[in-house]
Design a protein around this ligand. Structure first.
Ligand SMILES: O=c1ccn([C@@H]2O[C@H](COP(=O)(O)O)[C@@H](O)[C@H]2O)c(=O)[nH]1
Length: 278
């Protein structure tokens, strides 16, 4: 999916919601365990119940890889089930030397047909650029993450007073373009988000941390939106585990609808749609 299609989808659905399919076999409702593929049965129900409210699904591969071959099969069924026109993210946080990075990129872009993959930039340019060589595919580079451990390296100041994450963002931005590169910016980093937006005004941010991690949707939207919205806000546990009974999918829909409604009002107040014909 290209940027224009993504922006169009955000405007059409009045949503920049990304639903995280962090599907844990031990957390899904009991009645699904009779299915041949309980993880896919769960994901299918969540997708059916929420696909009109979100513009993206993020599959965190850890929740699938931990089950071996069966997990990869659930992942494949899920990615194939996500409707055309919804932006898909493989949250795999890959990063390795160039020829290995190319194999990772082929895995997620060619074999599984994801639109994007999250990438860890610690190994530098040659570990990231292989993900940027595919038409209408995206690398989503870790910028400033949502977790406590972001203080250990990312929020350390360099000799020139700059945070390490700022150097990473500025350097990384030069490796791609706002049409094939996004950055992960944690929703818990409200104090930094305006600064980050100033550094990379045009790029999209994937923003995890709303819901279970306590990030504030309104705050990060006010500080982080650009003229194209520029945000994909991920909620995983806060939506997919909103309920745990037979009607878990309806509960997930109710939670997703609350986020989408808030997003619609934030979109109109912060980034109004351009007039028709402009
Ligand atoms: O900085 C980061 C980067 C990635 N994540 C991932 O996003 C989701 C968040 O899940 P919630 O249940 O909504 O907290 C999960 O897949 C993380 O691995 C992140 O949280 N922070």
């Amino acid at each position: 999916m290209n940027r224009q299609e993504l922006v169009h989808s955000i405007r059409e659905k009045q949503s920049y919601l990304c639903i995280g399919l962090d599907t844990d076999l031990h957390r899904i409702p009991r009645h699904l365990h009779t299915h041949a593929d309980p993880v896919f049965a769960f994901n299918k129900a969540i997708i059916d119940a929420t696909k009109d409210l979100c513009v993206s699904y993020k599959i965190n591969t850890a929740f699938y890889e931990c089950m071996g071959i069966r997990g990869w099969e659930s992942l494949q069924r899920t990615i194939e089930y996500i409707p055309e026109g919804i932006f898909t993210i493989a949250d795999a946080k890959r990063g390795d030397i160039g020829n290995t990075a190319t194999q990772y990129a082929k895995t997620f872009f060619d074999t599984y047909n994801f639109d994007s993959v999250t990438v860890a930039p610690y190994m530098g340019q040659d570990s990231v650029t292989p993900f940027l060589a595919f038409t209408d595919k995206w690398a989503i580079m870790l910028g400033l993450t949502s977790n406590e451990g972001s203080k250990d390296f990312q929020l350390q100041r360099m000799e020139d007073g700059e945070y390490l994450y700022e150097k990473v963002l500025k350097t990384g931005a030069g490796w791609g373009t706002p049409d094939n590169l996004m950055f992960v910016v944690g929703a818990t980093q409200t104090e930094q988000i305006a600064r980050i937006r100033a550094l990379v005004p045009d790029h999209f941010f994937l923003v995890p941390g709303v819901g279970a991690q306590g990030g504030d949707l309104a705050e990060i939207s006010k500080r982080g939106m650009n003229k194209d919205c520029g945000l994909l806000v991920n909620v995983s546990r806060g939506i997919i585990y909103a309920g745990n009974g037979e009607d878990f999918a309806a509960d997930a829909r109710t939670a997703a609808l609350q986020y989408q409604s808030e997003m619609a009002s934030l979109l109109s107040s912060i980034a109004p749609a351009p007039a028709v014909g402009v």
